[in-house]
Design a protein around this ligand. Sequence first.
Ligand SMILES: N[C@@H](CCC(=O)N[C@@H](CS)C(=O)NCC(=O)O)C(=O)O
Length: 212
Amino acid sequence: MPHYKLTYFDVRARGECIRMMFAIGGVPLEEKRVQLQDWEGLIKSKATPFDALPMLEVDGVKIAQTLAILRFIARETSFAGHDTITSALADSLADQYADFVMAWMPWHMVNVGFAPGDKDALYDSIYVPARAKHLPYFEAALKNSTTGWFANTAELTHADVFIASGLEWLMALDKNADTIFAEFPLLGAHSKKFFAHPKLQKYLAERPDARF
Ligand SMILES: N[C@@H](CCC(=O)N[C@@H](CS)C(=O)NCC(=O)O)C(=O)O
C-alpha cells in the first residue's frame, strides 16, 4: 500500500471530507496540521502545487485540490460508484456543492475574522441567497434516491462524504445552524445516516475538536 500524507490546516473545513474518506476506506493516513503562522513560509518555499491546502502526498507525489484528492481515494477504496455513469453523477453533485461553498466564501472569510467586513450584512446578502439557491438541488437529488445516498447507490460515494462533511462545516459557521434542515428534511436525514455510518464511528470518536 502506498504511503499517504495529508497536509491541511488544523481545522475541519475542506480537509475533513478527505480524513473521513480515508477512515471509511480503512486506509492509514499520516497527517500534517499546519498552523496559520507557518503558512506564509510554506507558500514561499513552494511546498504546495497551487499555494493552497489541502494537499495529499502519495509516496511523495503531491496532489492538490480537495475534490481531486477525494475522488482519488474514493476510487482507490471502491467508494466512487460502481460504474462510470454513477461516478459522474456523484462527481456532479460534489462539484455543485463546491460551487455552493465558493458562493458563500466571501461571508465565511469575514465571519471567521480572516477578512474585514460586516459579517451580519454578508450573512444576509451572500450566505442566505446562496443557501436558498443551492440546498434545493441536493434535497431534490435525495428525493430521486431510493437508498438515501446521493447517487442512488447501495453504499455511499464521495458525493455523500463531501456534502455531509460540507454541511457539518456550514453548521459550525451559521449562527442559525439549527434551522438549516428545517426546509430540507431529506438533507437532515442524509446527515444523520452519514454520521451513523459504522465505518466512521471510530474516527468520529477520536478526531480532535475544531472551531469549524
Ligand atoms: N479549490 C481549492 C481551494 C483551496 C483553498 O482555497 N484552500 C484554502 C484553505 S481551505 C487555502 O489554502 N487558503 C490559504 C491561502 O489561499 O493562502 C480546493 O478545493 O482545494
